[in-house]
Design a protein around this ligand. Structure first.
Ligand SMILES: Cc1ncc(COP(=O)(O)O)c(C=O)c1O
Length: 358
């Protein structure tokens, strides 16, 4: 498998993509979060030493480690989607502008369920508990126990699945069907798109907090929700010029392979310690956006992500290897790909530090 691929399917941002993710959705998500007591914009940190090491003009990292006190950007997606789900249901039942009491009544009517590699479960749990509801989170067998403990401490009922992330997702979806629970999945597939679309729109909040246009965005992907959100937002606000590079683990490059094959593809592959990026199938919506809007896909090894986390820690930004994966992609891009992406001393690179160090 190549470690980088220039997207031959790249096309312009059109009304079809704007309908999914654009600056208008980001403005609505930002307005929602501004009404939330725990909301603060996260810092955009300059990394001059990393820029010198990467041979580019500037590097800035959107440091999501403190987001809503939950430790990752994922807070933006799960919290926004649960709020939208509950208010839509309450409006159907009671008409426009239902009050807090009605929202809590609707939230308590049935449990909410998701599968998670950790962070999405925490976001859903925080949002559901805020409204007094009952969150159930399925974790695959390799999600570390501290995540399970943290979820329980936030009020989630945790169920361990015996398989991988896709298996835990299947079990969460089955539980929703069996019991009439509300599924809050951060991936999407044929027939299930409304909630994951809100999750992606929630993520765009972090880009809407940024003032200046980058020339390059390196963004890590699991199922591609964050990268798809980045692509839709960046194209709408800053046009076709910024180069968008999707960074995936070498062991789970589902978006790269899907873009190459021109259809959502399931990948096999080995194991990776980059647990939150270890997804074998792309989100359908993310794939649709990235297949047209991403300029390149690169893969990284666990060691490269771990080294990037150590480098960033040395520059005062403490992230997990998953959180530093975009930096690893920047540092490891081969010369031919750099040239094709016009990545040089004039480039202003944006990274997303997606998760705090553990
Ligand atoms: C820390 C972190 N970074 C990146 C991602 C990738 O996000 P997505 O699955 O939307 O591609 C995740 C997903 O769980 C994550 O937890």
């Amino acid at each position: 498998m190549e470690s980088s691929w220039l997207n031959t399917g790249r096309g312009p941002y059109t009304a079809r993509e704007r309908e999914l993710v654009g600056a208008g959705h980001a403005a609505r998500a930002l307005a929602h979060f501004r009404g939330h007591a725990a909301y603060r914009p996260t810092p955009l940190r300059p990394l001059p030493a990393l820029a010198a090491a990467a041979g580019v003009g500037t590097v800035e990292i959107k440091d999501e480690s403190g987001r809503m006190g939950l430790g990752s950007f994922k807070a933006l997606g799960g919290m926004y989607a649960v709020a939208r789900l509950v208010s839509a249901e309450a409006e159907r039942l009671y008409g426009p502008h239902p009050g807090d009491g009605r929202l809590r009544e609707v939230a308590a009517a049935a449990p909410f369920v998701c599968a998670s590699a950790g962070n999405h479960g925490l976001a859903m749990t925080a949002a559901v508990r805020e409204l007094g509801g009952d969150p159930v989170v399925y974790l695959s067998e390799d999600v570390p126990e501290p995540f399970a403990r943290r979820l329980r401490s936030f009020g989630a009922r945790v169920r361990r699945s015996a398989g991988d992330y896709e298996q835990s997702m299947a079990e969460a979806a089955q539980a929703a069907r069996d019991h009439g629970w509300r599924l809050v999945a951060d991936s999407s597939w044929e027939g299930y798109t409304a909630v994951p679309l809100d999750i992606m729109r929630g993520y765009t909040t972090l880009f809407a907090e940024i003032d200046t246009a980058p020339t390059h965005v390196f963004v890590q992907a699991g199922v591609g929700g964050l990268a798809g959100a980045a692509a839709g937002y960046v194209r709408d606000r800053w046009g076709e010029d910024p180069r968008i590079v999707v960074v995936e683990p070498e062991a789970a490059p589902c978006l790269m392979v899907s873009a190459m094959e021109g259809r959502p593809a399931r990948v096999g592959g080995g194991r990776t310690r980059l647990g939150r990026l270890d997804c074998r199938e792309p989100s359908l919506l993310a794939w649709r956006l990235l297949a047209r809007l991403a300029d390149a896909f690169v893969t990284i090894t666990d060691e490269q992500a771990e080294a990037a986390a150590a480098t960033l820690a040395g520059q005062g930004v403490r992230l997990s290897p998953c959180g530093a994966a975009g930096a690893a992609g920047l540092l490891s891009t081969d010369p031919a790909t750099r040239a094709a992406l016009a990545l040089d001393a004039d480039s202003r690179v944006l990274l997303v530090g997606t998760e705090r160090a553990y």
